[in-house]
Design a binder for this molecule. Sequence first.
Ligand code: SF4
Length: 318
Amino acid sequence: MPFVISGITWILSYRCNLNCAHCFFDVQGDLHILDHVLAREALTSLEQSDPLAWQHVSGGEPLLFEAELHRLLEVIQEHGSKTVGLATNGFWGDSEQRAQQTVSQLRRRGVNGLCLSADNYHQSTLPIDYVRTAAEQVAAQGLKKHSFVVCCQPEGEPPSCAVQDFALPLAPVFVRKIGRGAAVGVPDGASQTGNIPDAPCRNLCCCLGETTPFEPQMVWIDPYGNVMICYGLIIGNLYESSLGEILRNYSVNHSPLLKILAEEGPIGLYRLAVNKGWQPKQGFADECALCWQSRYFLRKGWIENLGPDECYPEEGVE
Ligand code: SF4
C-alpha cells in the first residue's frame, strides 16, 4: 500500500531575487526550473482515488519565472486540488498596476491563497511598501481567506514586522533551523554530549502540524525531480521512478540513514557523523539544527538521500 499524501509543495526553482540570511536554500546557484510535463506525469501516477487536498508553489521566488509558473498552475488546475497556494516575497508589488495584474492572473489560474513574506530578513532588501501593495491587491481580489503575511523571527524575539497595517492577517513564525537558519540561535560554547538535543524528529511535514513520524502527509518536489520528505532529505527521483511508485515503495527500511533518523532521531545522525570524524565547534539550536548539520557533514557518503546542493548552503554550518 502506498502512503497517502494530502499535498505537494512544488519548488519551481531554487533561485530568488533576494538572498536572506535565514533562508533554507542557496538561491544563487545554477538556474533549473521545474518542468510542467514532469509535474503532470507525477500527478497522473498518484495511486490515490481523490485529487490532492492542496498543492502549493514555492521556491526560491516563483514569480521570477511567470511563464513556467503559469504552465505548472495549469497542470495543478487540471488535477483539481481544492486549495492552491503560492509563497512569494511580493517584489511584484512595486506598482499597484503590476500587483493588480499579477494577482488577477494567479486567480485565473486557480490560486486561492498567497503567503507573502514580511520581516527584517526580507526587508533588509525589499521595500515594505511593495509587500503592502501586494497584500492590498490579494485582499481586494477576494483571496483574503487563505492568504497571510508571514513574519519570520528568531525564537524568543518579538515579531519583526515593523508595519502592522497590512490588508491580510499576520502569521508570525520562528526561523526554522535548517539551511542558513541552522546558524540562527546557536548556543555559546562547544558541543558536549550532555547538551546535544535528543528528541526525535517528531514531524517530517512540519507545514501540516502533528502527523505520524515517517508517514509524511506531504512531499516537496524540486526542479531536479527530487521527491523530499524534509528539505534536503530525498526519497526518490521522478526522472527514475514515478511519484506513485516512489510513494508505494517508500519505507525508512530502504535507507540506513532514514532508519537511523526514524529510530534514534537526529542524535543518531550526529553520532554517525562524529564516528566518521566530524568535530562540531558549537552547540545546536534544536533537533532540526542537529539533523541538518549532521546531514551536511554526511552528504558525500549519502548523495542519493542528501541533496541537492541548494538545500545545503555552507552558511548554515558554523
Ligand atoms: S530537519 Fe531533521 S529533525 Fe527536523 S523535521 Fe527535518 S528530518 Fe526532522
